[in-house]
Write a protein that binds this ligand. Structure first.
Ligand SMILES: Nc1ncnc2c1ncn2[C@@H]1O[C@H](COP(=O)(O)OP(=O)(O)OP(=O)(O)O)[C@@H](O)[C@H]1O
Ligand SMILES: [Mg+2]
Length: 287
């Protein structure tokens, strides 16, 4: 008699949107899966995604570390740490063999979320690392002592494909590529994928592209819908189901130095990053 009239929910490109389940509680923690947040284009949502996805995973009981790997220190600032007050950062770990990562990692106001901070000192590392032995795998070595303490480690990359980013890719299992939904979004992605493939061939055979995340999506504009359709055409199911809408709540949360999941916990933007967290767990890209 009664028919199932519930309509299948579709994602931004018309694929059926699965109901990603709330992740099961983990009985224990680690070893971490390391994910680089990477796009050499600036201002596409790398840092916003790092902070909010990490906070969403922490809400689901995961132990998460953010590695701020941008001399601008935006991830550190976004979590309430003023970079110029920092005495020791990821830079010291890269350059000093006897520096102890446990003394440099700090906890944040989000339970379960820790931060390895950065500041402008890191800009010198790009040049100083050039002369190092195994210069591409310095970050990988530096993170090894804490790999078993976390379920996921995110590396927030700077907008470049230089030696720091190559270090991030060499230290990672997966790469997430945030793409802003605007006309030139796809420019440069081919070069990024080429760089990822080179690192996989020469330095880190386990590296995979976990997904492309459409950010700053405005469903009211035809333009944004066209951009995600083109990304789907070009990359198929590498395009994640979850898209992040454009909302001023994200810059607002940055000013408040809080993840949106704490600043505006019931806002659609917070829910979008929770859905992204559930999607990555469902895909096996996060614990
Ligand atoms: N979904 C969104 N809606 C509206 N604004 C956003 C959204 N995501 C990010 N922003 C804003 O866009 C700006 C750039 O975002 P973000 O810093 O995350 O990019 P990024 O890729 O890390 O930049 P950079 O390449 O400089 O490191 C910030 O002001 C941020 O608050
Ligand atoms: Mg950034």
């Amino acid at each position: 008699m009664s028919q199932d009239t519930t309509e299948q929910v579709l994602d931004a490109v018309g694929r059926p949107l699965p109901a990603f389940p709330v992740p099961a509680t983990l009985p224990s923690h680690g070893p971490a899966r390391v994910i680089a947040m990477c796009n050499q284009k600036g201002g596409v949502g790398k840092t916003t995604t790092t902070i909010n996805l990490a906070a969403a995973l922490a809400e689901y009981g995961r132990r998460v570390l953010i590695v701020d790997f941008d001399p601008q220190g935006a991830a550190s600032v976004g979590l309430g740490i003023s970079p110029h007050e920092l005495d020791r950062t990821v830079y010291n770990l890269l350059m000093e063999r006897d520096a102890d990562i446990h003394q440099i990692v700090r906890s944040t106001a989000v339970p379960g979320l820790d931060l390895l901070p950065a500041n402008i000192d890191l800009s010198a590392a790009e040049v100083q690392l050039v002369g190092e032995v195994a210069r591409e795998s310095v970050l990988s070595r530096v993170l090894r002592p804490v790999a078993d303490d976390y379920d996921v480690i995110f590396i927030d990359c700077q907008p470049s494909l230089g030696l720091l980013t190559v270090n991030a890719l060499t230290a990672s299992h997966g790469v997430l590529i945030p793409l802003e939904c605007e006309f030139f979004a796809l420019r440069g992605v081919a070069l990024l994928i080429e760089t990822i493939e080179k690192v996989r061939d020469r330095l880190n055979p386990r590296l995979e592209v976990d997904g492309i995340l459409a950010t700053m999506y405005d469903s009211r504009t035809l333009h944004a819908r066209e951009v995600v359709a083109r990304v789907h055409e070009a990359f198929g199911d590498t395009l994640l189901h979850t898209v992040i809408g454009r909302t001023v709540k994200f810059p607002d949360a940055t000013v408040a130095a809080e993840p949106i999941t704490q600043y505006a916990p019931s806002h659609a933007g917070a829910e979008a990053y929770r859905q992204l967290a559930r999607e990555l767990v469902a895909r096996g890209d996060a614990a």
